[in-house]
Design a protein around this ligand. Structure first.
Ligand SMILES: [Zn+2]
Length: 85
């Protein structure tokens, strides 16, 4: 399939980690989706979107098995710029 964005014939099925937010947490869910290997544009179909919604609600109800793969950290001090004050 041709990419609608870059017009290159490089759209193929790949397994990519979808980032799904649950409150302040982010859960990576590997999913087969159509993606352009030239520009990275992702093409979600109705089935993908429905599955993502289904997974979101299951995650909210803690019905899916997840493992911790990393940490999200935040720098303690806000970075300020004189130009904005
Ligand atoms: Zn493309």
């Amino acid at each position: 399939m041709e990419c609608l964005l870059c017009r290159v014939q490089k759209v193929e099925i790949k397994t990519l980690d979808m980032q799904i937010e649950v409150g302040r947490d982010i859960v990576l869910v590997p999913m087969n989706i159509m993606v352009c290997s030239n520009c990275g544009e992702r093409y979600y179909n109705t089935e993908n979107m429905m599955k993502i919604e289904e997974i979101k609600s299951k995650l909210k109800n803690r019905e899916l098995d997840v493992i911790e793969v990393g940490k999200v950290m935040r720098y303690k001090y806000p970075i300020k710029f004189d130009a904005f004050s």
